[in-house]
Write a protein of this length. Structure first.
Length: 90
């Protein structure tokens, strides 16, 4: 599986929903909780851009975006291929 990182904050329902989908897909991920380590917020901004909302999800080198984008990839049938590092169908 491809490395997955998700930047989260406590109390974020979208963060919970994104982690839930990844868990259902048996996709191991590294959670970067900005409350636990404030340096993660700056790291997230460097990668996703300032003003980004939570969560911010990275699968391999791909910046997926947030929860809505993650679920949209799943609905389009492209998430599984991205998670395994395969080329997603067009």
């Amino acid at each position: 599986m491809t490395a997955i990182e998700i930047y989260t904050r406590p109390g974020c329902g979208y963060c919970t929903a994104a982690k839930s989908l990844l868990t259902r897909k048996n996709a191991a991920f590294t959670e970067r909780n900005v409350a636990a380590d404030p340096a993660y917020r700056e790291q997230m901004y460097d990668r996703a851009g300032h003003g980004s909302t939570f969560p911010q999800i990275f699968i391999g080198i791909t910046h997926v975006g947030g929860c809505d984008e993650l679920y949209a990839l799943d609905r389009a049938g492209k998430l599984d291929a991205l998670l395994t590092g395969e080329k997603a169908p067009s």
